[in-house]
Design a protein around this ligand. Structure first.
Ligand code: NAD
Length: 426
């Protein structure tokens, strides 16, 4: 393990964007530059070398990082991604966002994120297991149920968590259930984890609808992206009385003003891989761009980043947007929509269902008791409903000249700074 200098992440564009957002929040809060200076760097950035014996007999060395951004509110928490273009700057930026997301979610966690520079599609299952175990063994002295609790991210999954959990448990000599979350159900994970991010996005849309457009019952919804987040957001919003009129994936979108049969669309997606193979009712095929501009009450971008831009913001008709995806709205578009009176529930609030469910899993693992899905989802509902309304009220009271995102960042940063002051760190 080596700790690496700031020059390795400071020039990264993703990192610079994270610092810009931090500076804007600090300005709203009237925080001095010296506090920004403390918060813009991770408490620790670890770099590890991972030698893997490939199936062809040769050793290949991979690089991995874990950024531990801030622990004022609790142990570091955040996912680990496997991607061939992962950079230390991206990992540090994502760890900073996790600090704010966890702070805003009101859970007792700081922020962390990890990455390994590897294309996992080129590795066999045995090679992936060796890589995962060696990466986690290299981090073992710096993670743990009270220190740093990783979870899956891009191209890591419950199996990866099972390897991490097992490797760490062997090193410490006991079953350390709380060292990772989103584990397989057999190892203390929760079924409800699968639905939790989409469920949370639906919850924040439901609460925003109550506060902004008179409730969720009978309101029309369009959802871009019909994967893990989009499908469960659609399912729960429909259960709560909304009419899901359009959904889409990479193949395009389907639109029926009378409402889509969400269960049927999920079945079609699972069986054929394309939601556009859905044929029920008077469904019409539309493009992803058209979906965003439909005359609906609620829009849920749940696919990818930068889809709502200054080029289409003027044509967006929804009054509530709940960001299931990370970064779907550009700052210019947000400004236009804010002026039009659109509420945008920001990603750090709207897609915090996964990490909040991770906290539920972790806290029950540590008490040695297991929850049912109903209990876990009821808790998630209570926590996220409370969080949304707390942020909404603060936004309206103190920061209503700005989009809700600015208020969310300010509230999140403020909580971390207050904890650091109370602990005597600054
Ligand atoms: P996923 O891979 O399960 O689904 C993504 C969906 O979006 C697919 O239906 C895909 O076809 C569609 N899509 C991708 N690119 C598209 C494009 N350019 N236009 C239209 N559709 C497109 O992914 P997911 O887990 O549902 O994640 C979706 C988003 O939510 C991502 O931004 C992710 O970072 C974010 N997110 C996910 C979680 C989680 O727990 N799953 C947590 C926080 C944030």
């Amino acid at each position: 393990m080596t700790e690496i200098p700031a020059s390795l992440y400071e020039n990264d564009p993703t990192y610079q964007m994270a610092v810009k957002q931090l500076r804007e929040a600090a300005q709203l809060l009237g925080l001095p530059d010296e506090i920004v200076e403390v918060l813009r760097h991770p408490e620790r950035l670890i770099q590890v070398k991972i030698p893997v014996r490939r199936d062809n007999g040769k050793i290949e060395v991979y690089l991995g990082w874990r950024s531990q951004h801030n622990s004022a509110l609790g142990p570091y928490k955040g996912g680990i991604r496997y991607r061939e273009d992962v950079t230390p700057g991206e990992v540090v930026a994502l760890s900073m966002w996790m600090t704010w997301k966890n702070s805003l979610a009101g859970i007792p966690y700081g922020g962390g994120k990890g990455g390994v520079r590897v294309n996992p599609k080129l590795l066999s299952q045995r090679e992936l297991e060796e890589l995962s175990r060696k990466y986690f063994a290299a981090l073992a002295r710096n993670v743990g149920p009270d220190v740093d609790i990783p979870a899956p991210d891009v191209y890591t999954n419950p199996q990866t968590m099972a390897w991490y959990f097992d490797e760490y448990s062997k090193i410490v000599g006991y079953n350390a259930w709380g060292v990772v979350t989103a584990k397989p159900v057999e190892l203390g994970g929760l079924h409800a984890r699968t639905v939790s991010t989409g469920y949370g996005t639906a919850l924040t849309a439901r609460e925003a609808a109550k506060r902004w457009i008179g409730g969720i019952e009978g309101k029309t919804v369009a959802i871009q992206g019909f994967g893990n987040v989009g499908q469960y957001a659609a399912k729960y919003l429909k259960e709560w009385g909304a009419i899901v009129v359009a959904v889409s994936d990479r193949s395009g979108g389907i639109y029926d003003p009378n409402g889509i049969d969400v269960e049927e669309a999920m079945k079609v997606k699972a069986e054929t891989g394309k939601v556009t193979n859905y044929k029920k009712g008077n469904v019409k095929i539309i493009s992803n761009e058209e979906l965003l501009e439909l005359d609906v009450d609620i829009l849920i971008p749940a696919a990818t980043e930068n889809v709502i831009t200054k080029a289409n913001a003027d044509r967006i008709k929804a009054k509530v947007i709940s960001e299931g995806a990370n970064g779907p709205t550009t700052p210019e578009a947000e400004e236009i929509l804010h002026k039009k009176g659109v509420v945008i529930v920001p990603d750090i609030l709207a897609n915090a269902g996964g990490v909040t469910m991770s906290w539920i899993e972790w806290s029950h693992n540590r008490m040695g008791c297991w929850l049912t899905d109903e209990e876990a989802l009821a808790r998630l509902d209570r926590i996220m409903t409370h969080n949304f309304n707390r942020v909404f009220d603060d936004w309206q009271k103190k920061f209503s000249d700005y989009p809700m995102r600015a208020a969310a960042y300010a509230i999140a940063v403020d909580r971390v700074v207050r904890a650091m002051k109370l602990r005597g760190w600054i």
